[in-house]
Design a protein around this ligand. Structure first.
Ligand SMILES: Cc1ncc(COP(=O)(O)O)c(C=O)c1O
Length: 332
């Protein structure tokens, strides 16, 4: 094996995809998996084949990559930076059924201008801040102002709202997560009521990550879930209560030297394993991987049985920041 290499356990991936689809189907909501973690048309196709209505992306580049891979129903969940409206409209002209989120009338105007120039239509959701403080409108009144700007725009279709509650995903205490979620949904409900009163009701209400999907699915008014990490999973999510998906993404690495009792050197460093959420863990061994440079890592713990040449599987602490270090995931 040419290590370090990112590999996917196909049956685990498919089991995760099926489990989230069942959660959405049972609740009567649609599933739009977030593709920012896997960035792969191959994975997205499996999600669509299992019943997802489309996928979500975080960047214009991800949208372009997935479109190239034949995935056309895309929602860009981050507000597009000023100056990139033309690029987005270009993706729609290239065949994407593209949605985006907006948080100011100025963003709406820029996208309307670009869409008009290209002769395309874009679907728009008002981005609500329900507690994450990462953009999004903060008041029901501001939500109505953005929605009205969309409704008045010539080339845009008002679709609804996005109420992503990302600040709750990493909470380790289930009760704290539930309380935080109730507060986030109260903010969503206030915005939805204001939109209804203004004659601009939201058809689509999209929200949720892997940890909050069951809570969001049970909230009246939510129509779509957009979780992402459940597909490939990582060690951080595996440690959270109520998140019971299988690990599907691994970094294969080869032992290159025995450094001492309980410590070996491997050929995966920070250019193969994301470190922003802490050390990776070694699959099936009571050991952790620690960075020892760009191309080197150390396994510490119960590694006494490992010898140079042995290949082990690392479970990243954060799969999103690991996937980007490797070539795109594709069919085996
Ligand atoms: C807007 C948005 N929606 C959904 C997700 C998916 O969340 P998770 O990976 O926690 O399932 C993310 C992840 O960062 C996100 O930024």
């Amino acid at each position: 094996v040419a290590t370090p290499e990112l590999v996917v356990d196909g049956p685990a991936l498919d089991a995760n995809i099926a489990a989230m689809q069942v959660l959405a189907d049972d609740a009567g909501v649609t599933l739009r998996p977030h593709a920012k973690g896997h960035r792969s048309a191959w994975v997205a196709r499996r999600q669509l084949d299992a019943g997802a209505t489309g996928v979500a992306v975080a960047t214009v580049r991800e949208a372009a990559t997935l479109l190239e891979g034949g995935i056309t129903d895309l929602l860009l969940t981050s507000v597009v930076a000023p100056g990139r409206a033309e690029e987005l409209a270009g993706l729609a002209a290239a065949g994407a059924a593209l949605g985006f989120v907006a948080h100011t009338p100025a963003v709406v105007a820029a996208l309307d201008e670009a869409a008009t120039a290209r002769g395309v239509r874009l679907r728009v959701l008002v981005d609500l801040d329900v507690g994450q403080r990462r953009g999004g409108v903060g008041t029901p009144r501001a939500a109505v102002a953005v929605a009205r700007a969309v409704a008045d725009a010539g080339a845009l279709d008002l679709d609804g709202v996005q109420a992503y509650e990302g600040h709750l995903q990493g909470l380790e205490d289930a009760a704290e997560r539930a309380a935080g979620h109730a507060a986030a949904m109260a903010r969503l409900d206030a915005a939805l009521a204001a939109l209804r009163e203004a004659g601009l009701p939201a058809a689509t209400v999209t929200t949720a990550g892997t940890a909050t999907a069951p809570l969001a699915a049970a909230h009246p008014g939510v129509t779509e879930l957009q979780p992402g990490s459940y597909a490939l999973m990582d060690a951080t999510y595996a440690g959270l209560p109520g998140v019971a998906y299988a690990q599907a993404a691994f970094v294969l690495t080869t032992v290159t030297a025995v450094l001492g009792l309980g410590e070996v050197l491997v050929d995966a460093g920070t250019r193969a394993v994301g470190t922003d959420l802490g050390p990776a863990v070694v699959h099936d061994l009571d050991a952790v991987w620690l960075p020892a440079g760009d191309e080197h890592g150390r396994l510490r713990g119960a590694v006494g049985g490992l010898r140079p040449g042995d290949v082990v599987r690392l479970v990243p602490s954060h799969t999103d920041t690991t996937v980007v270090l490797h070539p795109p995931l594709a069919a085996p």
